[in-house]
Design a protein around this ligand. Structure first.
Ligand SMILES: *Cc1c(COP(=O)(O)O)cnc(C)c1O
Length: 408
């Protein structure tokens, strides 16, 4: 493709952004299963280390299979966006072994002992623990406020010296949404770094860089891979120089680099992002409608329902409500366990974002070890079920749910 040929649809970007030509004229990117790369001469080795020859050196520092995934995700997150000068936005992506590894690079390369970061209370469990265990032990403090209340956020910024604000939206498992534009505008007026976990939405439904955020990361394990076949993560930044220097340095020193097989699976999965997401989203809308009128269900958390407290925020910043929801069964803990046990087709598993429907019961699974009062404070009640709606034929999903809800 020549430079002048511009792609106008996100599916074309997912398929072609990283180019169509590979070594030996391979159509599909090869899996470069190699730890290191060779030098023809000492002089060439020197030039590569000096950065004059931009070729591979060692796979912890980068690998051609990773590069295909990195270029694709960077193009998806930047799709149709402009930088401050009106030119197409450029981003740099670094592929990691997991979402947690990408998050670690992001926080550790931007924060140091004595700094404070601010976040919202509805967060992925691993993020919450990373903040309160790993960052805390490194002398980095975390402050949690309800970021949906801009007054509270402003007060926290006024009373504390905040270095970084971390947004996860939509968030786990209550599907709460934080207004990226409003929070970023406030943060930027105080010179605060803004980072966003875009895992639940994917760049197809939401592009945080539109609002001037500094960093975005994904657990690629979820919708980007889409098939549940590999753990992975990616960190993206708009300051290319910073990404190539300090962020890259921390990434290679912490060592959470990806591997070529998982990177390959990710490149294959991302090709169908748009068609998968369209089906995930339309199925989710029907599932939410079905559950919200079912007599065994007390409440449905789905941003597409007008009674969700963050309905307006989701509508403003997402192109669709997304495939994720949670719902509360009237019968509490026992009803939750019984419902999960009765499922025939839908899969009992934690995680999300796979082509098949996954359901989990946080009170007996992910949050089993969290004290009851604490989890209830975070909205994880006894009968809460989390659902990642898959792309199966809709009637099969509804029939399975209906039979499992049965005489609860
Ligand atoms: C899964 C997940 C993570 C962590 O990613 P891993 O790939 O499991 O390390 C972070 N944030 C969110 C929102 C997630 O769903």
């Amino acid at each position: 493709m020549s430079e002048e040929f511009s792609l106008t649809g996100i599916s074309s970007v997912a398929l072609h952004a990283a180019g169509n030509g590979h070594a030996e004229y391979a159509h599909i990117p090869p899996i470069y299963a190699t730890s290191t790369f060779t030098f023809e001469t000492a002089q060439q080795g020197m030039e590569r280390f000096a950065g004059k020859e931009k070729e591979n050196i060692y796979s912890r520092w980068g690998n051609p299979t990773f590069k295909v995934a990195e270029q694709t995700i960077a193009a998806l997150e930047a799709f149709r966006l402009k930088d401050g000068d009106g030119a197409p936005l450029r981003l740099k992506a670094l592929l990691h072994a997991s979402g947690q590894a990408a998050m670690t690079t992001m926080f550790m390369s931007n924060l140091q002992a004595g700094d404070t970061l601010l976040s919202h209370f509805s967060l992925y469990g691993g993020t919450y623990e990373l903040m309160h265990k790993v960052l805390d032990a490194a002398g980095i403090k975390t402050l949690i406020v309800d970021m949906r209340d801009l007054g509270l956020l402003e007060e926290a910024i006024r009373n504390n010296k905040i270095k970084l604000i971390h947004i996860e939206t939509p968030a786990n498992p209550t599907i709460q949404c934080v207004d990226i534009e409003a929070v970023t505008a406030l943060a930027k007026s105080h010179g605060i770094i803004v980072t966003v976990d875009n895992t639940f939405a994917t760049p197809y439904l939401q592009q945080p860089f539109r609002y001037g955020v500094d960093f975005v990361y994904h657990s690629t394990t979820k919708f980007l891979n889409g098939h549940g076949s590999a753990i992975g993560g990616v960190l993206l930044g708009r300051d290319i120089e910073l990404m190539k220097t300090r962020v890259w340095k921390w990434h290679v020193l912490i060592g959470g680099s990806a591997n070529p097989f998982d990177a390959f699976l990710l490149t294959q999965g991302m090709k169908t992002l748009e068609v998968r997401m369209d089906r995930h989203c339309s199925n989710a809308e029907k599932v939410a409608g079905f559950l919200s009128t079912h007599p065994a269900v007390a409440h449905v958390n789905y941003t597409g329902l007008a009674d969700h407290p963050d309905h307006a925020t989701a509508k403003k910043q997402m192109s669709h409500w997304g495939p994720m929801m949670s719902f509360e069964l009237k019968g509490g803990l026992e009803a939750g366990k019984k419902f999960i046990d009765r499922l025939q087709m839908c899969v009992r598993a934690v995680s999300l974002g796979t082509v098949d429907t996954l359901l989990s019961h946080p009170a007996s699974m992910t949050h089993y070890s969290v004290p009851r009062d604490e989890r209830i404070r975070f909205g994880i009640t006894d009968g809460l079920i989390r659902m990642s709606v898959g792309i199966e034929y809709i009637d099969d999903i509804l029939n399975d749910l209906d039979a499992a809800l049965g005489s609860n």
